[in-house]
Design a protein around this ligand. Structure first.
Ligand code: SF4
Ligand code: SF4
Length: 472
């Protein structure tokens, strides 16, 4: 008889829920392996498995495993597999699988307050100019009255330009939404080129404010110069950020990565760390709007596989530094819940533009005219919300279960078919992901998980309370 392994199963909890998860112990239950257990590699004398539905990475001693593909585990170790929750009561295991809800209403509104901007970003997806329109508040009233008042609503005060340029409209929109909904949260994404008076208003009214900064001065001012050539955009944005930080705010940024700045991703990360940023969203440029008009390093997207490898290294460091890293390229393993829809565009969300058109995704505004563009799914007309049911259905059904090639992918519950807008821009289909992006996402994940496994095996203490590395 073979000698039993003295090794134990170890695991990494990627989120707080994973720490809190408890198996039900009801008697008479049949046990089964947790659904969607994916083999992702090996490290020393362990095989690595990813369980997206339990939000964990498992390290299983090689002796426990007969085969990794398909996964077959030795019966004599079933007690350890049950103890480590890799085997669960049948009902509990099946209940982990997320379902698609096609009857829900999105609780997400993004208001395009203005198409004007005081920045001159090389890659602007909206092609924002100094002159342009502001939101029509009658349209906004029609939209919010169309939604149930008891909805817990998230409102993004946004722009296909800079939202604070339309400060009067922004304040009125805030008041209207506050009056209409009992539970409402506001956020904004801004370049920070505004006055102290505006800053005070945003702080006083608890608008969750994230700053658009592309890194240290030499990168930021190259990619996002202020329109006014006398203004040093970087200095002004930093001045505003510091003012927010004096009020214990201003710790969240979005940084757009171009072919140029991808070379400096580590410097960018170190810069954000040095200025006390706690949440960094690193978004590769998307080839629409101004980015499509020019062909050079500050307009072009980075090579996606190079970006993915840089991103994995930064993510591994950020984990130790307790800094949250996220990206439109790939949602964070430490915040994103398993879901069959990639983003709010599938719900679809309400992006209200300055013409009263409603889109599912603001970045997709300029890819085609509204009649042909699948993201324009409703509009305000004669004080009513008119829905194009065909387009709405198409968006709602663009979830992972209907995506080309996703059902066996180990990222199916986190990537869930990828960005619809990028799928459409590249392949003219919402449901056909970009193959090179899929490969880059998988490579990124393997590198990052392998690093986390290394931390675990080296016995580093549990790190980052919100991203929760825990070993058993
Ligand atoms: S990486 Fe590609 S195949 Fe995998 S879930 Fe995302 S889009 Fe689908
Ligand atoms: S479709 Fe892409 S760009 Fe649009 S909201 Fe979804 S993830 Fe964002």
């Amino acid at each position: 008889m073979e000698k039993k392994s003295s090794k134990t199963i170890k695991w990494i909890n990627l989120q707080q829920e994973a720490i809190e998860f408890k198996p039900s112990r009801s008697l008479g239950n049949q046990y089964r392996i947790v659904p969607d257990l994916f083999f992702i590699g090996e490290k020393e004398s362990y095989y690595m498995f990813y369980t997206p539905l339990l939000l964990r990475i498992y390290m299983i001693p090689k002796d426990f495993v007969i085969s990794t593909q398909p996964i077959e585990l030795r019966k004599e170790y079933f007690p350890q597999l049950i103890e480590s929750m890799l085997m669960l009561p049948n009902d509990q295991a099946l209940a982990l699988i997320p379902r698609v809800n096609l009857n829900g209403t999105s609780n997400h509104i993004r208001l395009i307050l203005s198409s004007r901007c005081n920045s001159n970003c090389s890659y602007c997806y909206a092609g924002a100019k100094s002159i342009g329109k502001s939101i029509n508040l009658d349209h906004l009233e029609t939209l919010i009255n169309y939604l149930p008042e008891n909805l817990h609503i998230d409102i993004e005060l946004h722009g296909n330009g800079e939202p604070t340029i339309a400060m009067q409209e922004l304040k009125k929109a805030y008041k209207l939404c506050k009056k209409r909904f009992k539970f409402v949260k506001f956020s904004t994404q801004t370049n920070g080129l505004f006055s102290k008076k505006t800053a005070d208003w945003l702080i006083k009214n608890q608008i969750s404010t994230s700053f658009s900064i592309d890194g240290p001065e030499f990168i930021h001012n190259k990619q996002r110069p202020a329109k006014n050539s006398k203004t040093n955009g970087f200095n002004k944005t930093m001045e505003t950020l510091r003012y927010f930080q004096e009020h214990n705010l201003g710790t969240s940024v979005i940084c757009v990565v171009t072919a140029y700045s991808n070379k400096y991703l580590n410097e960018i990360y170190q810069f954000f760390k040095s200025i006390n940023i706690k949440t960094i969203k690193l978004n590769p440029v998307v080839d629409v709007g101004n980015a499509r008009l020019f062909d050079d390093d500050i307009h072009n997207p980075p090579d996606i596989s190079e970006f993915a490898q840089n991103f994995a290294l930064i993510q591994s460091q950020a984990y130790l530094d307790k800094i949250m890293i996220d990206s439109d390229f790939m949602g964070s393993f430490h915040t994103r819940k398993p879901h069959p829809m990639h983003c709010q565009a599938c719900m679809p969300q309400f992006v209200l533009d300055t013409d009263g058109k409603i889109l599912a995704c603001s970045e997709a505004a300029s890819i085609e005219t509204p009649d042909k563009n699948p993201f324009y799914w409703a509009e305000i007309k004669d004080n009513q919300v008119i829905v194009n049911e065909e387009k709405k259905n198409e968006l709602m059904n663009s979830h992972m279960f209907n995506m080309d090639g996703c059902s066996n992918c180990f990222l199916k519950w986190i990537c869930a078919g990828s960005c619809l807008h990028q799928n459409y821009s590249e392949n003219h289909s919402l449901r056909q992901p970009i193959k090179s992006h899929c490969e880059a996402k998988r490579a990124y994940t393997m590198t990052y998980f392998s690093k986390l496994a290394e931390y675990l095996l080296n016995g580093l203490p549990p790190i980052a309370s919100d991203s929760s590395l825990n070993s058993v």
